[in-house]
Ligand binder design. Structure first.
Ligand code: ATP
Ligand code: MG
Length: 592
């Protein structure tokens, strides 16, 4: 049910390549900010180093030598160092966060632009919730990782370098002893990293899935209640929540396995330092202040060290998110403008299908096979026939929502693949089988796609679609917010809004797919009259099940399994006594 297509579970791309792309495309544009952030990091790090250094005069001059003048100097220096360190860290954090948020905004914009332009088969293959999760959740994971990595590399590494400098300056032998622990820790940390990236990918996939399934269950709330499947949904979502819980706990545990190892290694190092350094001070080599300053530097180095040892973890989660994001960005739309595509020149609004063979998926077999259809300019062509015969598919091809496998669809003599999509679609108004209502005002719903329309135009279109009266009866009239999927309207009212939208569009070619199916006979007759007026001087393709609504079409095509089996005017088809005549009699019988 929910297929979030191209999301590799195993890390497939080398970290180096992902990281390179991430830095080049997303971090580098913020170089000036980054430089400022690093300057403040350096300030904070320098002050940390200064604090370690100041421990020597604190012990030697103040405590041992009891020098009052030095007491004032040293305490003042310590205080100033703290103030500057606080200021530096604050600025650094703010700037790094700013960079992270800018990256989020940029990637969200980029992902959304890419997804909204993706072809329909991609959008339909991926649940809307899963797509949403990519733009919202994955990007946040990326932000967190980028932030932690920048702060880790910057603040922690710089601090560490300065503190190590202080340590080597105080006593290089002691410093060498203390840092034998490093390589050991590094080996361990790198082993943890691979597992982390895998868990990261799995977690994001699970979050995508849950967003999809949960979203569907809310959208289908009416069905959930009617079929009493609350418990079933609960179990399904519950299972996914469990999985995310387990993955998150696992990720955290894996990330933190470095902690006990680090503790033990640093414990060993500090014990060695105290023992060796203590013996030296006792032997009269070096002062207690020098040793204390060394130990302070070592202890202060612990925090940044810990951050750096976790850096790889953040990096791996970030890379997992980046990989998923790149997978989306690197999937090109199946429907794109040809490189030499020109704008459609609508000399006459005609549509032609020439030997079209088309399948949604090759493995499913073609929906249309060597299909021919001629819609002359200014004519109305009706498509009737059994459910699944391929009627809506024809409209999908006219608008180039999908490409044909063989043959061609021509609008005004031009192959739809040779003209730009924008120039092609501009000439159509579509009332589709699924009515789309946006969570916006009635006015904006009608105006959708015709932004320059005036309020008077909107009202005229609404009147023509027999929507004006019920709109005026809504609490705020045209300003009433319709809610998601237009939940506050009846099916027939929704349909009339979408007809008004198509009328306002004022396009030369009309595509109506069951446009009046949800209306009662009386309003259907009225809307039908309005549509007939609209069709004057335009070309239209009309799909209908109720034959009475299309009986005065210029050409009626009766379709069966992707083929036109009968074609002609109403009277001729009736006289012929074929499938159309039979369907007509059936429906007439029902009506009587
Ligand atoms: N997005 C899609 N992906 C795969 N197959 C599809 C898709 N849309 C339609 N089909 C298949 O194509 C065939 C024709 O569907 P189409 O929607 O054109 O029928 P229709 O004549 O409009 O039917 P109805 O009168 O019920 O709306 C059907 O067998 C359907 O299963
Ligand atoms: Mg259909």
């Amino acid at each position: 049910m929910q297929s979030s297509k191209p999301s590799p579970t195993k890390p497939s791309q080398p970290a180096r390549i992902l990281l390179g792309r991430l830095l080049r495309d997303y971090v580098r544009p913020h170089l000036p900010l980054l430089v400022r952030a690093f300057a403040f990091m350096a300030l904070a790090a320098a002050m940390t180093g200064a604090l370690a250094t100041l421990m020597q005069p604190v012990i030697d001059d103040v405590f041992n030598a009891r020098d009052k003048a030095r007491l004032f100097e040293v305490t003042a220096a310590v205080f100033v160092a703290f103030i500057l360190r606080g200021f530096g860290s604050y600025m650094q954090t703010i700037l790094v966060n700013d960079i992270g948020q800018r990256i989020v905004a940029a990637t969200q914009r980029q992902l959304y632009s890419h997804l909204i332009r993706a072809d329909l088969s991609y959008l339909h293959a991926n649940a809307s919730g899963a797509l949403l999760s990519r733009v919202i959740n994955d990007v946040q994971v990326l932000r967190y990782a980028v932030g932690e990595c920048l702060a880790g590399i910057g603040a922690s590494a710089v601090t560490l370098v300065i503190l190590i400098g202080v340590m080597f300056w105080r006593d290089w032998v002691l410093a060498s002893i203390a840092f034998t622990a490093f390589p050991l820790a590094a080996v361990f940390v790198s082993r943890v990293a691979k597992r982390l990236r895998r868990v990261g990918t799995q977690t994001q996939e699970a979050v995508g899935q849950i967003s999809a399934v949960m979203g569907q269950s809310f959208t289908a709330a009416r069905q959930v209640k009617a079929y009493g499947t609350e418990h079933f949904e609960e179990q399904r979502i519950g299972g996914m929540i469990d999985r995310i819980y387990q993955l998150s706990v696992k990720a955290y545990r894996v990330a933190n396995t470095t902690t006990p190892v680090n503790e033990i290694l640093s414990g060993l190092a500090i014990v060695t330092v105290i023992a060796y350094g203590g013996l030296q001070v006792m032997a009269g080599q070096g002062t207690a202040g020098e040793l204390f300053s060394f130990i302070t530097a070592f202890l202060l180095a612990y925090e940044p060290l810990k951050k750096i040892s976790k850096l790889n973890g953040h990096l791996q989660t970030g890379l997992a998110a980046a990989e998923r994001m790149f997978a989306v960005l690197d999937t090109p739309s199946a429907i794109t403008d040809a490189p030499e595509a020109k704008a459609l020149e609508l000399r006459e609004p005609s549509v032609r299908f020439e030997k079209v063979t088309f399948a949604y998926k090759p493995e499913d077999g073609p929906v249309l096979r060597h299909f021919n259809l001629e819609v002359p300019a200014g004519n109305s062509v009706a498509l009737v026939g059994a459910s699944g015969a391929g009627k809506s598919s024809i409209l999908n091809l006219v608008l180039r929502f999908y490409d044909v496998q063989e043959g061609a669809v021509r609008v005004s003599g031009q192959d739809v693949r040779q003209v730009t999509q924008a120039s092609l679609r501009r000439n159509f108004a579509l009332v589709s089988q699924e009515v789309a209502i946006f969570d916006d005002t009635v006015r904006n719903n009608i105006r959708y796609g015709s932004p320059e329309a005036s309020d008077a135009d909107i009202e005229r279109a609404a009147r023509a679609a027999y929507a004006h009266d019920f709109i005026m009866a809504l609490p705020q009239g045209y300003e009433t917010i319709l809610g998601e999927h237009g939940t506050r309207l009846s099916g027939g009212q929704r349909q009339r809004i979408s007809i008004a939208r198509a009328m306002l569009r004022n396009a030369p070619i009309l595509l109506l797919d069951e446009a009046t199916s949800a209306l009662d006979s009386e309003s259907e007759r009225a809307v039908q009259a309005a549509l007939a007026k609209l069709q004057k001087g335009r070309t239209s393709i009309i799909i209908a099940h109720r034959l009475s609504t299309i009986s005065d079409a210029d050409i009626i095509c009766v379709m069966d399994k992707g083929e036109i089996v009968e074609q002609g005017r109403h009277e001729d088809l009736l006289a012929k006594g074929g499938l159309y005549a039979r369907l007509w009699r059936l429906q007439a019988g029902e009506a009587a």
